[in-house]
Design a binder for this molecule. Structure first.
Ligand code: AP5
Length: 190
């Protein structure tokens, strides 16, 4: 399963809750990239630059990191957060790995996401939680990530589930759970 949505819409917050109740391994594209940045590799340095500019990292880098983490985990059910963010990523994932059984899209107005990110930026230490980068992240989201929803709708109308992430986290999660319960064969933890 994949989870997507604009910057600061609450993807990480909902993923934390989902993994507690359902048998998924959570892989966050942003977290995998930040780990690569910390390693200080040439690839990591380039990612750092792109992330500070609010741009997307090349598909071969993100997909490569996700694929590596999937293989290393030995698990079979994945919750991939922040991916795909562009149509080329969706197509590459389908070609190399599989079609997701569900794409959860968290809908949130830009003004709400902006306030959340600016608030988080007071303490997150994230180099992209500042006003200038946030504006660029929104631009990238609109231009590159939004078309992904249309792509999946064109493949199969049942893949995308849209959930508003404006209410408080627990209320959002209640709706998320109702979506997850309709995924065939999904194991629910006791
Ligand atoms: P990434 O780390 O994925 O950042 P993002 O998409 O901008 O999202 P965030 O992690 O900032 O927010 P979130 O939606 O997880 O919200 P959260 O739960 O934290 O990506 C960073 C960068 O990496 C990208 O810009 C790009 O450069 C690169 N990258 C990542 N993926 C890539 C890919 N696939 N391809 C290429 N490049 C890629 O919540 C935010 C705040 O709001 C928190 O403080 C939280 O407590 C609060 N909050 C959450 N939910 C609620 C709620 N319901 N009500 C009130 N507050 C809430």
């Amino acid at each position: 399963m994949m989870e997507t949505g604009g910057p600061g819409c609450g993807k990480g917050t909902q993923c934390e809750k989902i993994v507690k109740d359902f048998g998924f391994l959570h892989l966050s594209a942003g977290d995998l990239l930040r780990e690569e940045v910390k390693k200080g590799t040439p690839v990591g340095l380039n990612c750092d630059k792109l992330m500070k500019e609010g741009k997307l990292v090349p598909v071969e880098v993100t997909l490569g990191l996700i694929e590596k983490a999937m293989t290393a985990s030995g698990k079979s059910r994945f919750l991939i957060d922040g991916f795909p963010r562009a149509i080329d990523q969706a197509k590459a994932f389908e070609a190399k790995i599989c079609r997701p059984d569900k794409v959860l899209f968290l809908e949130c107005p830009k003004e709400v996401m902006e306030q959340r990110l600016l608030k988080r930026g007071e303490s997150s230490g994230r180099s992209d939680d500042n006003q200038a980068t946030i504006i660029k992240r929104f631009e990238t989201f609109q231009k590159e990530s939004m078309p992904v929803i249309g792509f999946y709708d064109g493949v199969d109308k049942n893949i995308v589930a849209k959930v508003s992430s404006v209410p408080p986290p627990n209320q959002v999660y209640e709706v998320v759970v109702s979506v997850l319960r309709n995924i065939p064969g999904l194991e629910v933890k006791a």
